[in-house]
Design a protein. Structure first.
Length: 393
């Protein structure tokens, strides 16, 4: 706090009073014996001394004076955390350190449908379409025998004693009817309440939904999706080509990480919720180009009994786990007409090869166009299938 000292004299210049110098001395003596005037004078003397000290000892060009404490004195307290000296002098790491796991599988209530005050509506200019009849839901997670406590006690997927895996148990049941199969995965869910609820409630149950691991109330969203019949993927943030300028978060899988670090991050991500049949990628151009990093990733999924469905970035990697890669991203160009064109291309691919998989993001226009497209798919001679039906070893 800067202290300003007035240049205006505290007292006006004395005017000669009647009675001469003796009368003046008498009046001054009386004034000085007044306790209020004496205290005020002492305060003025202290402030003048402080101002002189500041002016003499400070650098006029350095701005307001500041107080500095020696950090080693702070550490003398018994409450100082262990390792505080090292933390003060250590260089900032290239990658954010891992934090202790959040062990709770949050079922906290998520926002109800409808934007909060001041929030831009997800479906600007129109109301979200009404929910559709999606048939019976999927069993609530976790299914007995498919989880076990991991590090810190958080449940992680395992292969059951009888050989059942999450890739099979949490996938949506599917019976082919002989027609070409076409599938769509909608990703980025859980971060926006309106679009997440719209995807869950208005898209056909055969549409696979992929959730961001950092979403609040993640388990609640997954439970709601499964209640509506949707199978679920959990997104895995992977190192993109322009990392760290483009940083997918503190648990991003980094290509240059040691295998044990990759495993540790994957365990944290997988412990965020239960009920997903596999993982999907979020970004990852640099990570997936590293064969050793991908080998570690695939080995973890094999041990955990999980599938892997990607947006087309990992198409060249096979492996001993159920795998599917998208043939195209349907909303690279974010307009209704462009999305419709990509969906027609999916149909053509399915007709030519027997099956086709598309990947999209949870944009309102994407959700709306996929809903409209899926409604007429059967009449065009195709079968809408969950992504798990296209995943093969």
């Amino acid at each position: 706090m800067a202290v300003t000292f007035s240049r205006k004299p505290a007292y006006a210049a004395a005017t000669p009073a009647s009675g001469g110098s003796e009368g003046l001395r008498a009046k001054l003596g009386t004034a000085l014996t007044n306790p209020y005037i004496g205290a005020g004078g002492a305060a003025c003397l202290f402030l003048a001394s402080l101002a002189t000290l500041v002016l003499v000892t400070s650098d006029p060009s350095a701005g307001n004076p500041s107080v500095r404490l020696e950090l080693t004195k702070i550490g003398a307290t018994k409450n100082a955390p262990e390792g505080w000296r090292e933390a003060l002098t250590a260089e900032a790491p290239h990658e954010a350190p891992l934090k202790p796991s959040e062990l709770q599988l949050s079922r906290a209530p998520f926002p109800a449908a409808g934007a909060e005050e001041g929030e831009k509506p997800a479906f600007e200019g129109e109301q979200p379409p009404p929910p559709i009849q999606q048939g019976p839901g999927l069993p609530q997670a976790p299914i007995a025998g498919l989880t076990a406590p991991g590090p810190g006690g958080a449940p992680l997927p395992i292969i059951a004693a009888d050989g059942r895996t999450a890739a099979d148990a949490y996938a949506r049941p599917f019976t082919p009817n002989g027609r070409p199969k076409v599938s769509v995965v909608i990703g980025g869910l859980g971060l926006n309440a309106q679009t997440t609820r719209a995807a869950i409630e208005t898209l056909p149950a055969e549409i696979t939904l992929s959730f961001a691991p950092y979403a609040e109330g993640l388990q609640g969203w997954i439970d709601l999706a499964r209640e509506h019949g949707h199978e679920v993927l959990l997104e895995t943030p992977m190192e993109p080509a322009d990392y760290p300028a483009n940083d997918p978060g503190p648990y991003t899988l980094i290509a240059a990480n040691r295998p044990e670090d990759t495993v540790r991050k994957l365990e944290w991500l997988m412990s965020r919720a239960t009920g997903y049949f596999g993982l999907s990628n979020y970004l990852g151009a640099r990570f997936v180009d590293n064969d050793q990093a991908m080998a570690t990733f695939t080995a973890v999924l094999k041990t955990r009994g999980l599938a892997f469905v990607d947006d087309g970035l990992v198409a060249r990697h096979a492996g001993p786990i159920p795998r599917a890669s998208a043939d195209r991203v349907i909303d690279d160009e974010l307009s209704a007409s462009a999305i419709d064109a990509q969906l027609r291309a999916l149909e053509n691919g399915a007709s030519a090869r027997g099956q086709s998989l598309g990947s999209g993001f949870a944009y309102p226009v994407t959700i709306n166009q996929v809903r409209l497209w899926a409604a007429g798919l059967e009449a065009r001679g195709l079968q809408l299938a969950p992504a798990s039906a296209l995943a093969h070893r």
